[in-house]
Design a protein around this ligand. Sequence first.
Ligand code: ADP
Ligand code: MG
Length: 382
Amino acid sequence: MQIVSRNITFHVHLKNRSEEDEVADIKIDKIDKFYGNVQVIKDVSLEIKSQSFTVLVGPSGCGKSTMLRMIAGLEDINSGTISIDGTVVNELPPKERNIAMVFQSYALYPHMTVFDNMAFGLKLEKRSKEEIDERVQEAAKILQIEEYLSRKPKQLSGGQRQRVAIGRAITRKPKVFLFDEPLSNLDAALRVQMRVELAKLHDNLNATMIYVTHDQTEAMTMADDIVVLNEGVVSQKGSPLDLYNGPNNLFVGGFIGSPKMNFISTKITSKSQDKTEVDLMGSSTINISKTLSSANEGDAVMLGIRPEHLIINEESDGSWESKVFVVEKLGSGTFLYLEKEGEPLVVQTDGDSNIKVGDTVKVGFSASRCHIFDKSSQEAFK
Ligand code: ADP
Ligand code: MG
């Protein structure tokens, strides 16, 4: 099979996995983790489907690496259980969990060749020379590093080194791959390329993969399921578009999507059985087509609207006037920064827009595109 991505060709010779091939689902049940008396993972429960590509995403320090290390067995759990394929693995040492992990730092042995780096784990497992040879060649082929097998790591670029680290994981044929920010050390163009390659690797290996990143773009582009982690708590889990279209709370609304969702602090001005109106920048009201059963007149709310859902100088459900103070032209689109109390409002408009700094524009949106969050609980009204 030949797979062509942007500027690279994979020759994938792996057979399609047959039914008896092992893949694993992972069940995490009510786990807590403390460092000293600081709780960094708080009652987390998660089910990770067999063969899925699940991305754990969240800001730095929210507990992503800790979660991954607990699944790998590199970190004890204070309470709760982790099961792989129906077996509780809390007490199993890492090497008995049938898991391979790839880190941000490649952690290759500098004095060993690429081949030996990739063969190292298999030698420890006392595999035959023929089997080691076959598995290393197969992984090298998938990752297109065959011609580098006799080089030392320092003779490789960062991207090639990260491939070797991934290759080392592939040779072990694990049931589960764990990736901890593996692309963070690569430059932007290579990151985009490796994103595509990892997604294809997942399609070809059919293994269960858990991928940790702080980058919502990586999460959106690669995941079957995204788990948003915030301060040790699962904020929301769902498909990329579920999270984009239906964030459960202010945090997920602001974290998923780039540039981020705009938030307008406002209140409910009137509410009846069939309509709910909120104040719009003090200049008009908008009837949001949602029932908001638990909201009341006068409640303070946050209205969330994405830059791509704001409309400039066109008819809309509700609008106000605003002055443009920054224009960013990207070619494919233009971002306008509009004056507002607090953070500016960002609007995405056409690439060939001729709006200039200092212009006053009419800003509006369709009511069905807005998200309403309770200001105190930060939960979304659905
Ligand atoms: P992330 O990978 O999301 O950036 P981590 O899982 O590495 O976050 O860390 C979560 C929290 O736990 C952070 O506040 C971090 O400082 C703390 N932490 C991580 N490892 C240790 C440790 N070995 N000892 C004490 N605190 C730690
Ligand atoms: Mg980390």
